[in-house]
Design a protein around this ligand. Structure first.
Ligand SMILES: [Zn+2]
Length: 333
C-alpha cells in the first residue's frame, strides 16, 4: 500500500504508519536538515510498517540508509519499536532519554507486564491495590507483540538526551523539552525557529494518553508530573503542533488546558465515590471504567490509571490514604 506523506511545514514530512492495535496509526516526522535527515519516532518493527516507511522515504526522494539521526520521544513500541532495525541499516545517531533506554531494556529483557506479575513483590503490589491477580493468567497481562521482533528498539542510544538539550543536525536545531507523565523520560521536540512542536503522546488532539503507576514506579507521581508537563509546554511559542496520533493542530495552550481540566473532572468523579466509603484503586476503577468482562490488560491499565489519580490527590492533600488488611484504601477529603 502506498504510504501517505504530508509536508506539514517546509521540509517537515508527516508519515502515517500502521499499527495492529488502537490507535491504528502513528504519525512519525521526517525532517530535511539540508544535507542530513532526521526521523522523530519510528513506528513498530512490523513488516507492514517498515515497508510503509520505505515507501514514504521514496516519495520524499531518500532511502532509509540516508538517515542521519533518529530521535525517540519515548520507548513505547509504536514510537521506538523499529529504531534498532533503522539504525542497523542507516547507522543513524540515535537519541533517547536515559529513563526510556532503561525501560526499553527492561521490556526487551523480561517482557514488562508479564514480568511484573511473576515477581513476588509485584504480586504484593497488585494485591495491595485490590487487583485480583489470582483470577488472571500471567499471559493475559502480556500484549500480543511482547517478546516478538515487532519491538526491536535501540537499547543503548548513541546519545542520551534530557531537558534543555539542543541537538544540532544539519541546519536544524532540535530542542529537547522533558515532559514526564505518560512515560518518565518522555520528551517533546521543539523547533524554535520554525515554531513547530513534535509532541509525541504528550499533547494528543482527541485522546489523553495513559498515565499509570506500576510496580516499578511506586513512590512516583506520574499524573502530577503529567499535569506539570502540560503547564511547562504552554511557555513555548508554537504555531504548529505535530502529534503522534490524530491530526496536526495549532493551539497547544488550549489543548493543554483541556487535558488538565479533563483530569480534574476525572479526579473529582473518583474522589466522590470514595467519600462514602474508602476504596482501593481497583474498586474505584471498576466503577469508573466499567466492570464488564474485559481483557485483563485493560482492567490492569484502568486500575493503575486510577491509582495515579488517587495517589496524586493524596500527595496534593485532597485525599487520605489508609492501610487496612494489607489493602491500600483512598478517601476523598
Ligand atoms: Zn506512548
Amino acid at each position: 500500500m502506498p504510504a501517505k506523506v504530508v509536508e506539514v511545514h517546509k521540509g517537515v514530512y508527516e508519515i502515517f504508519l500502521p499499527l495492529p492495535m488502537r490507535p491504528t496509526i502513528i504519525n512519525v516526522y521526517l525532517v530535511d536538515c539540508h544535507g542530513a535527515w532526521t526521523l522523530v519516532d519510528t513506528g513498530m518493527n512490523s513488516p507492514e510498517s517498515v515497508a510503509t516507511l520505505e515507501d514514504a522515504f521514496g516519495q520524499v526522494g531518500i532511502k532509509v540508509e540516508d538517515l542521519t539521526a533518529i530521535i525517540g520521544t519515548h520507548h513505547h513500541i509504536d514510537h521506538f519499536g523499529a529504531s534498532g532495525e533503522l539504525r542497523r541499516r542507516s547507522h543513524a545517531t540515535t537519541h533517547l532519554h536515559a529513563l526510556e533506554a532503561e525501560r526499553a531494556n527492561r521490556m526487551v529483557s523480561f517482557g514488562s507486564m508479564a514480568g511484573h506479575a511473576d515477581r513476588p513483590e509485584s504480586r504484593a503490589f497488585f494485591t495491595s491495590h485490590g487487583f485480583p491477580i489470582d483470577q488472571f493468567a500471567p499471559t493475559g497481562m502480556r500484549p500480543a507483540w511482547m517478546g516478538t521482533s515487532m519491538y526491536s528498539p535501540v537499547t543503548t542510544p548513541d546519545r542520551f538526551i534530557g531537558d534543555g538539550d539542543q541537538i544540532r543536525i544539519g541546519d536544524r536545531e532540535f530542542e529537547v523539552i522533558w515532559t514526564p507523565g505518560h512515560s518518565p523520560g518522555h520528551n517533546v521536540i521543539y523547533l524554535r525557529r520554525e515554531k513547530v512542536m513534535i509532541v509525541g503522546d504528550h499533547l494528543l488532539p482527541k485522546i489523553t494518553p495513559h498515565v499509570g503507576i506500576y510496580p516499578d514506579s511506586t513512590g512516583m507521581n506520574p499524573l502530577g508530573d503529567f499535569i506539570n508537563s502540560q503547564l511547562k509546554v504552554q511557555k513555548y511559542d508554537v504555531e504548529l503542533v505535530l502529534p503522534a496520533h490524530g491530526g496536526t493542530y495549532q493551539d497547544h495552550r488550549h489543548r493543554a488546558n483541556q487535558i488538565i481540566e479533563h483530569h480534574k473532572y476525572r479526579e473529582e468523579e473518583m474522589l466522590d465515590l470514595t467519600r462514602k466509603k474508602p476504596q482501593t484503586a481497583f474498586e474505584v476503577a471498576q466503577q469508573i471504567f466499567g466492570s464488564e468482562e474485559r481483557p485483563m490488560f485493560h482492567v490492569m491499565a484502568a486500575t493503575f490509571e486510577t491509582l495515579a489519580h488517587l495517589e496524586y490527590a493524596y500527595l496534593e492533600g485532597r485525599a487520605r490514604k489508609m492501610d487496612r488488611d494489607h489493602r491500600v484504601l483512598y478517601q476523598g477529603l
